[in-house]
Design a protein around this ligand. Structure first.
Ligand SMILES: NC(=O)c1ccc[n+]([C@@H]2O[C@H](COP(=O)([O-])OP(=O)(O)OC[C@H]3O[C@@H](n4cnc5c(N)ncnc54)[C@H](O)[C@@H]3O)[C@@H](O)[C@H]2O)c1
Length: 506
């Protein structure tokens, strides 16, 4: 096994496109000698020139010393033809995402390199095992999945195929560290960690949209404010482009034999057919003018109402907090054991909708308004039953907005928006742990670094409380009777035991 920290380590890179260029840049800066090649004549030399320009730009900005840039560039060789990769210690493939092309390339590579050379694929969506299976020595083949842009995205998934020697993965993890990246180790499964864990955010947000609960701008606003996501799901879809994200969603869904948790929305294909790709086509979930999203104006806060507010859901832990806030905002509170005939009834459901909660608490649905108790300190989301009078909704809206809190009013939904989206993210993260695809720590590391979430799915679940996430999912499953919401055994056990979702199982 070649030592990935040896001073004279030589890396071959096949494919001098976006990813190959990025990998070459971090590798030469990490002190490796790199031989970069591409099927298109001249492509490797062009890539070398581009890397040179990038390093000069970094020198110009004072982020890299001229000598270090020159020394790094001296370690880069653009080569024509695979034969020149003979003698490499490791070769990373970053060619077109096509299984047959990759299998054919690995077969040709094996005829060139020595048996001790490690072979890595940067594939995002193809099975590493299927690529390795075409090789004479499949044990030396693993995935080394970088993210774009490689120099900035500091995480690499090291993927063990069914035939990979674990020592190969260890060596590639050491190589990733040498390049200044954080390796996370994943079993060869669809989407590995990052693309698998990313399903919850987008598919559940699309489900909320598809069900007519809220508009894209509202959903984005709620998730940015409630759970500190940098980009809302629809902003993210528009940025990536539906032509890229729709096939990824469909592929993972089918690769998992139509697992309902990953079921994509029928909205996607229709929007794709209409050319509503996102930023790149000028219109997606938002319209763009001069590269900027045209956001609809937030509706104005209704005027304060004289209607008394009565708060139900006595078992909810956030009830006292809400009462204090309403009082501080000067709301007229009804503190009776039951609501007076004119009072607006506020309920605080977890995983349930306003209508069922009103009925179960014996309240008049025409006067009931539900407030999301879980994210109340960050953003107030309220929802109504189909019968709620607009005056009742506006009374709660005005009272919650009195201290400057942003309020979003949505249609009735089991689990509002943030509860159900966050619960899906946590549940999918738990199931990745349950399937032993990666360790709990690596799952959270991969998601924070690869997707930019404020917390990994397991830490996010701990922050809400495993039992609360379980309650949301149980309620969603009972409401929709859809196995999409069935809780992962990993979540159920840890919630029942009252321990962290990061608790491993030997
Ligand atoms: N673009 C991303 O964000 C991203 C992120 C992670 C992984 N990946 C994966 O990395 C790989 C490369 O993606 P990219 O975005 O750099 O693509 P790209 O189109 O920018 O570059 C691919 C390069 O490979 C060359 N090529 C194609 N077939 C070849 C062959 N048989 N032999 C040698 N060279 C060949 C092409 O000429 C091109 O220069 C794919 O497997 C992709 O799924 C891409």
């Amino acid at each position: 096994m070649p030592d990935m920290n040896r001073g004279d380590l030589v890396m071959g890179i096949v494919g001098a496109g976006l990813m190959g260029r990025g990998i070459a840049q971090v590798a030469i800066l990490g002190g490796l000698r790199v031989r970069l090649c591409d099927a298109r004549p001249g492509a490797a030399a062009e890539a070398g020139a581009e890397i040179g320009a990038t390093l000069s730009m970094l020198v110009g900005k004072g982020r890299l010393a001229r000598e270090a840039a020159d020394a790094a560039l001296a370690r880069l060789a653009a080569v024509e033809g695979l034969a020149q990769l003979a003698g490499c210690h490791v070769v990373v493939e970053a060619i077109v995402e096509n299984l047959e092309a990759k299998r054919a390339l690995f077969e040709r590579l094996e005829a060139v390199v020595g048996d001790g050379c490690l072979l890595a694929t940067n594939t995002s969506s193809l099975p590493v095992t299927a690529i390795a299976a075409a090789c004479r020595v499949p044990q030396r083949v693993a995935g080394l999945h970088f993210f774009s842009p490689v120099p900035l995205m500091k995480v690499v998934e090291v993927i063990d195929g069914a035939l990979t020697d674990p020592a190969v993965g260890d060596a590639l993890a050491a190589l990733a560290r040498r390049l200044g990246h954080t390796p996370v180790r994943a079993q060869d499964t669809p989407g590995f960690i990052v693309n698998h864990a990313g399903r919850g955010y987008l598919t559940e947000a699309l489900r909320v949209l598809g069900e007519g609960i809220a508009e894209p701008a509202q959903i984005d606003r709620i998730l940015r404010a409630s759970a500190s996501f940098r980009l809302g799901p629809f902003e993210l879809l528009d940025l990536t482009g539906l032509d890229v994200s729709c096939p990824v969603m469909e592929t993972i869904y089918h690769q998992y034999y139509e697992e309902p948790r990953y079921r994509p929305s029928p909205l996607l294909r229709q929007r794709l057919a209409a050319g509503l790709l996102g930023r790149k086509s000028g219109r997606g979930f938002y319209a763009y003018a001069d590269g900027r999203a045209q956001l609809p104006e937030a509706p104005p806060v209704p005027p304060a109402s004289p209607l008394p507010l009565w708060v139900g859901s006595p078992e909810c832990g956030a009830r006292e907090n809400l009462l204090r806030r309403l009082q501080a905002g000067g709301a007229h509170l009804d503190s009776g054991a039951r609501p007076s005939p004119e009072s607006v009834c506020i309920v605080l459901p977890i995983g349930r909708d306003a209508s069922s909660t009103a009925v179960d608490e014996g309240l008049d649905p025409a006067r009931t308004v539900a407030v999301d108790p879980l994210f109340l300190d960050l953003h107030a989301t309220l929802m109504c039953t189909p019968l709620t009078a607009p005056a009742a909704r506006d009374a709660v809206w005005a009272a919650l907005a009195a201290d400057g809190t942003a309020v979003s009013a949505i249609r009735d939904s089991a689990g509002f928006v943030a509860q159900r989206v966050v619960a899906m993210i946590v549940n999918i993260g738990c199931d990745i742990a349950q399937q032993r695809i990666a360790t709990p720590q690596d799952i959270d590391r991969a998601v924070t670094l690869g997707l930019g979430y404020p917390l990994g799915p397991l830490a996010l679940g701990d922050a809400l409380g495993g039992a609360t996430v379980l309650a949301i999912l149980d309620a969603l499953q009972a409401f929709y009777r859809d196995p999409r919401y069935r809780p992962s055994p990993w979540l159920t056990r840890r919630a029942r035991l009252g321990v962290s979702l990061l608790t491993p199982e030997p």
